[in-house]
Design a protein around this ligand. Structure first.
Ligand SMILES: [Fe+2]
Length: 349
């Protein structure tokens, strides 16, 4: 019961502080405003500012001419400490110029003594409306800022989850290749490194380099669909076996197709055996029809294969690899990419 009665007395009216050293104008303003607003009074600027610090109000009505601290100085102090509080100054006609100057220091308006009751109510109401609008806008802005930072946080979290998923999936595929064919696993890692160096020299954007590195690490993923006896055969492949091996780019692309965030790797996986002259597989496309990422991985793949010792042949010397690149530039390889190696912008040693 007591609480209910207390609650009924909570004053939700807007608060106004009247500061004037002279009793008559201070009291008459208070009388005009007291029915609609909660009005407190102070007899000078210092007392007024002490009251504001203890209990901020919505609006201050203050005389300009006061002893110790004048209204213009007090106005600047109030605006510094409480920029949201609107201030209306009281002035005699003689200091009208000063009142106009005060507007420049942030006063909302001024009233000329002797003042009319309706003018006081009108100017005070306008000042309070401005304060309400500003508070509303500030609140809306704060809500929007809160919302924006929450969404940003969620996007960062989601992006982190996708990256974890992406890296986890790429690693799982790399380990799958390793389990099936250890040579291909090591080879793919080296191809990824060389592809990255070539792409950097070709001024490929950073984001695309990352995609190329990931794609190169799994470019032969389709080999998990090829019979082991063909994959690990030491001797020369028969025509049928070669036809079988040539299926690995399409098999790889099919595997990766089912993982939406790995779709950037598909062009490399599908086209890393296309030749620049169109005599490659699976589609026989030529030149710039072949995605740049696939042309880069194609060169890196061939270089690493030539530099690796296999059970059926020794590794080629660097000089032999370079002459193979020179000889096949423009037919098997994109000449712009082989040039990066031939002009020693990327070293194979
Ligand atoms: Fe391959």
């Amino acid at each position: 019961m007591f609480l209910l009665r207390e609650a009924a007395f909570v004053d939700s009216r807007e608060k106004i502080l009247v500061i004037d050293d002279e009793l008559a104008p201070r009291e008459s303003i208070r009388m005009v405003l007291k029915d609609q607003y909660t009005v407190s009074t102070a007899t000078g600027a210092f007392e007024g500012m002490d009251l504001l610090n203890e209990n901020p109000v919505d609006l201050v009505v203050m005389d300009i001419k006061m002893p110790r601290m004048d209204g213009i100085t007090a106005l600047q102090e109030i605006k510094k400490l409480h920029p949201d509080i609107e201030v209306i100054l009281l002035t005699a006609y003689a200091s009208l110029e000063t009142a106009r100057d005060a507007i420049r220091f942030g006063a909302f308006d001024y009233l000329i003594k002797p003042f009319d009751k309706d003018d006081v109510l009108l100017v005070v109401e306008k000042g309070l409306k401005k304060r309400r609008d500003n508070t509303g806008l500030k609140l809306e802005r704060d809500i929007l800022l809160d919302r924006a930072s929450y969404l940003e946080e969620q996007v960062t979290k989601a992006r982190g989850n996708i990256m974890t998923c992406y890296e986890g999936t790429v690693n799982a595929l790399i380990l799958t290749i390793d389990a099936k064919d250890h040579y291909t696993y090591n080879h793919s890692n080296r191809v990824a490194k060389l592809s990255s160096l070539l792409a950097k020299e070709l001024a490929v954007p950073d984001k695309m380099i990352k995609e190329i590195v990931n794609a190169a690490s799994i470019h032969d993923i389709g080999k998990i669909g090829i019979e082991e006896n063909i994959l690990k055969k030491n001797g020369k492949l028969t025509l049928d076996e070669y036809t079988e091996i040539k299926k690995h780019p399409a098999i790889g692309a099919r595997i990766v197709q089912s993982v939406p965030f790995l779709e950037d790797a598909i062009p490399v996986i599908l086209h890393h055996h296309e030749r620049y002259d169109g005599k490659g597989y699976p589609n026989g496309i030529t030149g710039e029809q072949i995605p740049l990422s696939a042309r880069i991985v194609m060169v890196a793949d061939a270089v690493d294969a030539m530099m690796s010792a296999r059970p059926y042949r020794d590794a080629l010397t660097i000089n032999k690899v370079l002459s193979e690149l020179q000889e096949n530039a423009g037919t098997q390889f994109d000449p712009e990419i082989t040039n990066v190696i031939l002009k020693e912008r990327v070293s194979l040693v």
